[in-house]
Write a protein that binds this ligand. Structure first.
Ligand SMILES: Nc1nc2c(c(=O)[nH]1)N[C@H]1C(S)=C(S)[C@@H](COP(=O)(O)O)O[C@H]1N2
Ligand SMILES: [Mo]
Length: 503
């Protein structure tokens, strides 16, 4: 009994279509990783000899990208058709071909610019869906020689294949609709050219302790905290900021106008009030933006004002003491982070950063409104939820190496971490073993008082279980308190301690 190869090929193509639809949805909407289709298309561009790809672009003009995507999809469907025919004799062979297709996609994802292994999740998901559909459809491929029941078999197969194809189309359309805004914003971000100075990490800011985090936090590793489900989608073209309230002149400004005011660049460590002692919700970056003090001076602030209420495009609010925005500490309307336009998750196109204040009272992302006002007239998102109104960052220090619970060999052990008190600066870090005497750690350099400061200490470790504790003293001579307090209402206090096993 032979079964129809053309139906099998159709089933295979439909299976790949279903896999592609799910993969694109997973990447475009669920943001689980890179799009295999786009990555494969980019790989084709990268592998095509320059002259040839230029000739192709000349030929098809701006349709080059859609054509490339179409071509990639058609090739994938063709491979699916072959997998369908292979699956007819043995399902495993068809699945193996699909897996190979997925492997090519995953390779393209990893080979692409800033692609990692985690970005292959959509490709892997796509292969799983395609394989499941293939196994389902292959079993129902009609026989060619069953003249009598053939009609019913065929109808059932076509119904199933049709339903799968319709499902794939529905997922693709939904994905396109849902992912459209994000695509537009990513494209706008990619094509922006900002007059920013590239970050140059100053010398001597890093201590020589193996395993310690980088002094400059890369954007991909920067902590993210906000109340937004997906990141709001605002293009520079659509962005406008209104400055109003207790001012002499209201200001409305667009993105290009803002950038034309001139960008300042600075190293600054921002931190979240919800960071527990020793926690990860802190990062150090090179920020580029317009000084908020300049804009407020243009608007002319009324003498009775003492606060600035910020609103983001998604309606989140926060209140900042006016002084922190008008004194010379360098609060910025930031447009870039580590030398590139703000990542969408970190507030693209414009956010605030204020040295010395926790993010919940100062670091509004996707900023669209600044109201000069008074604290006794406003309430903001987190202060309504019981958090403190002012939110100055507290002096803190963290042990990064050795990690809590680690086992280290006896002898000389490198100990290190960071300490911070933005806008004030760190002058001293001390470490102690168990209940022993405090001992001075070596401090790395810092470019200003607004960044965290790495520290290192060499421990002559004796076998047994030990506790390492750290404490910092700021530039005003105040040592961080040992009193343990949780993050509510205005930031955790206490000394960071790690337990270490010396073998
Ligand atoms: N629009 C908006 N901005 C926001 C928040 C938010 O929820 N929505 N969270 C704030 C908090 S609590 C912190 S700690 C910082 C974190 O900035 P990051 O995600 O870039 O690290 O953003 C602040 N800006
Ligand atoms: Mo935060």
């Amino acid at each position: 009994m032979s079964r129809s190869r053309s139906y099998a090929a159709l089933g295979g193509a439909v299976s790949v279509g279903a896999g592609l639809a799910v993969a694109e949805f997973a990447s475009g909407v669920a943001e689980l990783g890179a799009s295999p289709v786009l990555a494969a298309g980019e790989a084709v561009i990268a592998l095509t000899p320059g002259g040839l790809s230029e000739a192709a672009i000349q030929l098809v003009g701006t349709a080059d990208k859609p054509l490339l995507v179409l071509g990639t999809v058609l090739i994938a469907l063709l491979v699916g058709a072959i997998a369908g025919v292979l699956a007819l004799t043995r399902l495993g062979r068809g699945v193996a071909l699909l897996a190979a297709l997925g492997a090519v996609a995953a390779w393209a994802v990893i080979a692409s610019e800033d692609g990692g292994v985690a970005d292959t999740i959509p490709s892997v998901l796509g292969v799983c869906v395609a394989a499941a559909a293939l196994s389902l459809l292959t079993r129902r491929v009609p026989h060619t020689d069953r003249v009598t029941s053939g009609g019913a078999d065929r109808r059932r197969f076509l119904l199933l294949a049709g339903a799968t194809a319709m499902g794939a189309a529905a997922v693709t359309l939904a994905g396109r609709a849902l992912g459209e805004g994000r695509r537009v914003v990513e494209e706008a971000r990619r094509t922006l050219r900002l007059p920013i100075k590239e970050p140059e990490v100053p010398t001597e800011v890093a201590v020589d302790v193996k395993g310690i985090g980088p002094w400059q936090t890369p954007n991909e590793d920067f902590y993210r905290i906000d109340t937004a489900l997906g990141a709001p989608e605002v293009t520079p073209q659509d962005w406008r900021l209104r400055i109003h309230g207790l001012v002499e002149r209201e200001i409305e400004i667009g993105y290009d106008e803002l950038v034309d005011l001139g960008l300042e660049n600075t190293w600054l460590t921002i931190a979240c009030v919800s960071n527990p002692v020793g926690g990860p919700l802190i990062g150090n970056a090179w920020w580029s933006g317009v000084p908020i003090a300049d804009l407020l001076a243009r608007a002319g602030v009324a003498p009775e004002a003492d606060a600035v209420l910020q609103t983001s495009v998604d309606g989140w609010t926060c209140g900042t003491p006016l002084r922190a925005l008008t004194d010379q500490r360098g609060s910025l309307l930031a447009v870039a982070m580590n030398g590139e336009p703000l990542p969408v998750e970190h507030g693209f196109p414009v956010r605030m950063v204020v040295p010395g204040l926790y993010g919940y009272v100062s670091a509004t992302k996707w900023l669209v409104d600044l109201e000069v006002t008074r604290f006794d007239r406003i309430s903001a998102y987190w202060t309504e939820h019981g958090w403190g109104e002012l939110g100055p960052i507290k002096t803190q220090s963290r042990i990064e190496v050795p990690a809590g619970g680690a086992t280290v060999p006896a002898g000389r052990v490198g100990v290190g971490g960071v300490a911070w008190d933005q806008h004030v600066g760190i002058d001293r870090v001390e470490v102690r073993v168990d209940d022993g005497p405090w001992q001075d750690a070596r401090l790395a350099d810092v470019p200003n008082v607004d960044t965290w400061r790495q520290w290192a200490w060499t421990w002559d470790a004796e076998p047994g279980e030990h506790r390492l504790t750290v404490r910092a003293t700021n530039a005003e001579g105040e040592t961080q308190t040992s009193e343990r307090q949780g993050v509510l209402p205005d930031g955790a206090t206490g000394w960071h301690t790690v337990a270490v096993d010396v073998a």
